[in-house]
Design a protein around this ligand. Structure first.
Ligand SMILES: CC(C)(COP(=O)(O)OP(=O)(O)OC[C@H]1O[C@@H](n2cnc3c(N)ncnc32)[C@H](O)[C@@H]1OP(=O)(O)O)[C@@H](O)C(=O)NCCC(=O)NCCS
Length: 220
């Protein structure tokens, strides 16, 4: 089944993840392609992301999507707020009738360690360097957990970037982890952030691990 995850957050807000196994023709039956995407896999990802929107809310008017100067897709009348992400063979989308939204899906990769200085603050790294690090080290889990944690932070910040939608953000200055990351029994992760670009907001980004993937989302 291509829809691998659906979460109806409440009556007004739904999200889903699609595993892309279909050919382009499957998506083209429903999705009007306006954007010139030449790379075949990127085009499939783009189509699958759009396909999810009316899958989540049947009346979603795909043909009315416009693209802002920032490249954020939107509906002029804001009948629905939505956000899309894709990575490898997965496309994720969140749609809301009432809330501003953001979503991001990322594959955990070792390369994240090389760029961590570009998007993390000292406090965020301090959380990672807490007491449990030596415990994990005994089991050889330290590297894996570090990469997962960094990907969670990165994905949460990409989610807030999309939720904000105006582009031009400093990932270290404008979004800072503001408290402990909470891992709940149902495997949902809550990351509390202080967001300071043009406004001061406390935002709880939600996340989940799916094997080697991180899925993060936000609705307010
Ligand atoms: C726009 C951006 C968030 C997209 O993320 P990505 O990981 O490359 O790609 P994703 O698959 O997750 O998301 C792509 C989707 O995001 C959406 N999108 C693009 N630009 C957007 C924007 N400015 N705001 C909200 N959503 C946007 C689109 O729906 C796009 O998919 P589509 O073209 O098929 O519709 C990313 O390229 C970016 O610019 N990030 C900010 C980088 C930055 O400022 N870094 C500085 C600190 S290191």
């Amino acid at each position: 089944m291509p829809l691998v995850y659906q979460h109806n957050i409440n009556e007004a807000t739904r999200m889903g993840v699609w595993r892309i196994t279909e050919p382009e023709s499957f998506f083209l039956e429903k999705v009007p392609i306006k954007k010139d995407v030449t790379h075949p896999h990127k085009r499939l990802q783009h189509l699958a992301g759009r396909y999810l929107l009316p899958y989540l809310f049947e009346g979603f008017p795909l043909h009315e999507i416009q693209i802002a100067d920032t490249r954020k897709p939107f509906l002029e009348d804001e009948q629905y707020h939505f956000s899309i992400s894709h990575c490898a063979d997965y496309a994720a989308a969140i749609v809301s009738v009432t809330d501003r939204v953001g979503i991001d899906i990322e594959l955990v990769k070792p390369a994240i360690e090389k760029v961590k200085h570009k998007f993390t603050t000292a406090d965020e790294l301090a959380f990672l360097n807490g007491e449990y690090r030596s415990f994990l080290h005994q089991f050889g889990l330290e590297k894996k957990i570090e990469q997962e944690f960094l990907t969670l932070i990165w994905s949460a910040k990409e989610t807030m970037f999309k939720w904000y939608g105006e582009g031009q953000m400093d990932f270290r200055r404008h979004m800072q982890l503001n408290g402990a990351v909470h891992f709940s029994d149902d495997e949902q992760i809550t990351l509390p952030f202080l967001f300071t670009k043009n406004q001061m907001r406390f935002l709880n980004v939600q996340a989940r691990m799916f094997g080697e993937f991180v899925l993060a989302w936000l609705h307010t």
